[in-house]
Design a protein around this ligand. Structure first.
Ligand code: S3P
Length: 182
């Protein structure tokens, strides 16, 4: 099973992955931003620098290509994969790809805009050059992206993910939801 986490910047994707990773389990944990860096052997020291040098279009294309490689490569072996996406990695194209894959489930970490914004201000902008564009612009992005995130298979509220301790439990929730929708 491939579990794909989506949600706005500051929704807590990396936090959740770190928590699930610290509990003993059999999953493989991937972060799409990190995969882009390692697969493409990029020289830039962080995402801010990458986007400054190569532009958003280059980055978005890499996001799509790496997502496709992961989905095609990792669904065949037995291990579950938990893949965390950058906040802007979902598009009609990537949603269509995810929806076309067997055994891949998109999970939305839903958070209010204010909560996300507060967190991203606290965490800084090294990997988030979009922060330079200001709050109104980021709010607009949030509203546009919510439409894409809401097409997820499952939505987890802040409270639901606070109580989620293991990858196994997340897989149980997905299986439960699958049974309900059958
Ligand atoms: C982005 C979110 C970032 C990172 C890049 C672009 C976005 O990831 O991929 O700065 O467009 O929302 P996080 O969602 O992990 O912050």
């Amino acid at each position: 099973m491939v579990i794909i986490l989506c949600g706005f910047m500051g929704s807590g994707k990396s936090f959740l992955v770190r928590k699930l990773q610290s509990a003993p389990n059999e999953g493989l944990f991937l972060d799409l931003d990190d995969v882009i860096f390692s697969k493409c052997r990029l020289d830039e020291k962080n995402l801010g620098e990458l986007i400054e040098k190569r532009g958003w279009e280059y980055f978005r294309e890499k996001e799509y290509q790496c997502l496709r490689e992961i989905l095609h490569g990792k669904t065949k072996d037995g291990k579950s994969v938990l893949l965390s996406l950058g906040g802007g990695a979902l598009s009609e194209r990537s949603l269509a790809l995810i929806e076309s894959m067997d055994n891949s489930y998109l999970i939305w970490l839903e958070s209010s805009f204010e909560k996300c914004f507060e967190r991203i201000l606290r965490e800084g902008d090294e990997k988030r050059p979009l922060l330079k564009k200001g709050k109104d612009y980021i709010h607009k992005l949030y509203l546009e992206r919510e439409v894409l995130y809401s097409r997820s298979f499952l939505k987890l509220s802040e409270a639901e993910r606070d109580s989620l301790e293991t990858l196994g439990r997340l897989i149980e929730l997905i299986n439960q939801r699958r049974e309900e929708s059958e």
